[in-house]
Design a binder for this molecule. Structure first.
Ligand code: PGA
Length: 254
């Protein structure tokens, strides 16, 4: 009942021209039929959002951003707001990626402000959560992830959560390292996250929220990961930068 979603997080990769090439390739390889069965979102850098919007028109591929600020406008040098994204038909946004948390010191509190403002502007939010290797070794990973989910979604209404929230579980130790959580490890965490969602929003809402897995997903391991009961798709970094790899991953979700 939960439609699978595969999102490509391009991070700080691709110039204007190479981004356009990749989008054109993806349009050639993903059929309308594929895109009816799986929701596919690409998240290029901000500098390619406008050209992506133009190239994606009518394709069925959806457009997302990698970050957003928590105010709609004002004196916030260097930031991008939700209304700006909406004006490019960019309807999805990744919030709270571990690179933002670790490199740019984003806290659960700031992420909560961003989530609330994005939802107010009717963006679909891909909220990233996940533990570090130290936290897993200390066996506090479940508590950490529950805390991230609870704090980052604080004060959101049931209706908004049900309509606009997608979670991406991304263990920090699996991102860009080639180490994936086993499908069993990932599914266990997804079941825990769904329980946290149930505690906040109730069972009906929690059952409908999609929980993606991210962290070294590639065309070889994706099918097994996506087959698990509570894994509703993936957030793909490195493997989203090549059209063949990303296309194979999307098709493995069908
Ligand atoms: P990766 O990145 O697939 O390169 O591990 C995933 C992510 O950071 O979203």
């Amino acid at each position: 009942m939960r439609k699978k979603l595969v999102a490509g997080n391009w991070k700080m990769n691709k110039t204007f021209l190479t981004a356009n090439e990749l989008i054109k390739e993806l349009k050639g390889k993903l059929t309308k039929d594929d895109l009816e069965k799986v929701e596919v979102v690409i998240c290029p850098p901000f500098t390619s959002i406008y050209s992506a919007k133009k190239l994606l028109e009518g394709s069925g591929l959806k457009l997302g951003a990698q970050n957003v600020f928590h105010k709609d406008e004002g004196a916030f040098t260097g930031e991008i707001s939700a209304p700006m994204l909406k004006s490019f038909d960019c309807n999805y946004v990744i919030i709270g990626h571990s690179e933002r948390r670790q490199i740019f010191n984003e806290t659960n509190h700031l992420i909560n402000l961003k989530v609330k403002n994005a939802v107010k502007n009717n963006l679909f939010v891909i909220l990233c959560v996940g533990e570090t290797i130290e936290q897993r070794e200390e066996k506090i990973h479940k508590k950490i992830v529950d805390e991230q989910v609870t704090l980052c979604l604080r004060d959101l209404s049931k209706e908004d959560a049900g309509k606009n929230i997608i979670i991406a579980y991304e263990p920090v130790w699996a991102i860009g390292t080639g180490k994936t959580a086993t499908p069993e490890q990932a599914n266990e965490m997804h079941i825990g996250i769904r329980k946290s969602l149930e505690n906040i929003f109730g069972k009906d809402i929690a059952e409908g929220i999609r929980i993606l897995y991210g962290g070294s997903v590639n065309e070889k391991n994706s099918a097994e990961i996506f087959a698990k009961s509570d894994i509703d798709g993936g957030l793909i970094g490195g493997a989203s930068l090549k059209s063949d790899n990303f296309t194979s991953i999307v098709k493995s979700a069908i």
